[in-house]
Every structure is written in C-alpha cells, then in structure tokens.
Design a protein around this ligand. Sequence first.
Ligand code: GDP
Ligand code: MN
Length: 384
Amino acid sequence: MKIHEYQAREIFSSYGIPVPEAKICTTPQKAKEISNLIGYPVVIKAQVQVGGRGKAGGIKIAKSPDEAMKIANDIFSMRIKDFPVEIIMVTEAINIKTELYVGVIIDRSSKRIAVMTSAAGGIEIEEVAQKTPEKINKIMIDPLSGIRSYHLHKLTTPLFTDNRTPITDNRKLCSECDNIINKLYHAFIENDCSLAEINPLVVTDKGKLLACDSKINIDDNALFRKELAGLRDTKADDPIEKEARESGLSYVSLKNGDVGCIVNGAGLAMTTMDLIKLYGGEPANFLDVGGSSSPDKVVSAMKIILTNKNVKSILINIFGGITRCDDIAVGLLESIRTMEIPHPIVVRLSGTNQEKAKEILAKTELHFVSSFTEGVKKAIELAK
Ligand code: GDP
Ligand code: MN
C-alpha cells in the first residue's frame, strides 16, 4: 500500500529524521495562509501517490502570496499520471547544495532487506540503478544482527568525498547521515514497510542534512494493524479494486486483455493467466474468489468483471476442494438471473460437488468444459 508524502514525512519525523517545516491543505486560500506563516519562498507540492511529481509539474516554488495562491490553484486543477490532486503540501523552500538518495527496500532475490545510498539523488533512482549501477551503494542486512555501524560506514562514506569540503565537515555529514539511515531502517522495520526512501536527502547551504521528499510503501500483509491501515487514502484507490477488496476478492485489472477470469485460489488464478497467454490469448484480470465458498462472492466477481469494457469472454475456472462447486453454481445462476451478461461464459467446475453443480446449471447456456486446457482454449476462441 502506498501512502502520501506528508504521511511518510510525519513518520520519518517521529523517528527523529530532520524534515522541512510543512503543512497540508485542500484549498488555494488555505495554501496562501500557510505560506504566509511559513514565510517566502515556499515549495508547493501535489500529494499524489506517484513518483516523478516534480517532472510532471506538481512541485513549484512560490515567492509571494499571490504566486502561492495561483500555483496552488494550478496544481489543484492538475491530474498527475491520471491522479487528481486533492491535497497539497506547502513546505519551506530549502537552498539545496547537493541531492542524495537513501532508501530501504526488500530485496527479493537475496531475501534480505537492502539499504541503498547514492550521491546521484533527486532524479529517478530506478534510472540511475539501470544505467549507472556503480553509482549505487547497496548493503544487504542480516535480519538477525540488524543494521550495524560498519554497514552505515560503507553506505555513507562514498557520499561525502567532495574535496572542496573540509574533511571535518565531511565527517560531520557522514555521522549525521549514519544517524538518518539508522532511523530510516528502524522506521522501515517497525512500520512493516516494503519501501522507505528519502529522495532527495539534501545537504542545505547551511551544511545540514534534510529529508526533502519522503516515501513509504507498506506491506499489504501488515494491514491488520489498524494504525497502518488507517493511512490508506481510499480516494487514491482504483474504485473497482476497492469494491473487490470490500467483497473479499483479490482482483487486479490488466490492460488490453479480453478474457475475464473468475478462479478460486491465487495459484490457480495465476496459472489460468499463464495458460491463457500460452495459448495466444490475453487475460483481462486476475481474480481470486478465495477459498471459502459463497455464492455472493461469485455475484460480486461477475459484477466486477463486467465493469471492464475490454472483456469479450469469461472463463470460470474452479477446482473444488474446500470451495464447493454447487455454491459457485448457485452464485453463477444468480448472476445470470440478475445481470445482463453480454459475453459467452466458459465453465470448468471440478472437484467437490461437481455433479450437483451441473444439475443446478443444467438449463443455462453456459459452455461447459471438462478440463482446464479445454476451457482456456474455448474462452480464447470465443473472445475472438
Ligand atoms: P518527486 O518528483 O515526486 O520525487 O518529488 P520531490 O519532492 O523529490 O521533488 C522533486 C525535486 O524538486 C527535488 O529533487 C528538488 O530538486 C526539487 N525540490 C523539492 N523541494 C525543494 C526545495 O525546498 N528547494 C529547492 N530548491 N528544490 C526543491
Ligand atoms: Mn523525490
């Protein structure tokens, strides 16, 4: 789950990471009032959950009350990468000397937490990592020992080697940076993050370090923690994915696919998508109705699939273990009765109570298949 910059800033600040003075608001008038309090110049920043806001024009400097009002107005009327701007943050403008990068992420291949720094901060770090990987310092942390001072030493020393800066100043910056990374690491662990980064971490003209941008992603598996779940901006969610979540379904919509999928179990749902691709089709979505059998979930799933205008056929792929095929059949029958479904529906139901399921659906015009592969091929053919 992504959260906003202002929320991440607050978390970082509570760990003692130095951040610029800032306040959020939802109207240009309020932005002007905050700017007057902070003192000019101020930086006005769109709060949207996407990277590269700066490049997209969502971050601007205002030097006067009139300008603050006008810029805030402009930013509120923007859409950044398809996200409307509903909140902006006004911060004190910092005179930046250097922009650095520090970040903590999960490194899946080594199954460890990776802590990274780079002197090439400010810009998109993914690009730096791809084009000039030598500019990134990366350390894998053993979860048992946690982060140690020798890790910090390796991460921060390469950042402060500018030989125009006196050695004592560089030492001071190194130790300040060690502190910040240590705090960032603890913020990451204690808030069940999948990512925590400061880009840019700046050296100000006064020789101080300051986190000028704060970013946190929270591991979805930690959302049973109310204080973390409470950070969700439901307005920023895809409305259909939100509805799916509320109905107890795992749903991810895919661009350009035309075979809608309703499957039980995440593994089978993934395999269904793979097999559709293998036979030359394009899945329109991932949808797992879950392990428990409930007709209502099938009805919700069907409603969600029908919101996708690219869908041309629907594949129901159920392997009944705990899920009972007859429950799925009842849900399916209910869907056909209550909804206008313009697409052909291919049904593969095998496992618990499959015979009963077929009886329930006997009078319908569904395309029954007896195997997974047959179902996939049929659904692709019908989507053409
Ligand atoms: P992002 O584009 O979404 O990553 O947003 P950031 O908060 O990282 O801002 C993008 C860029 O705007 C930074 O890399 C800085 O160069 C610039 N910026 C942000 N805040 C300030 C500030 O207070 N003063 C100055 N001079 N530049 C800033
Ligand atoms: Mn940034």
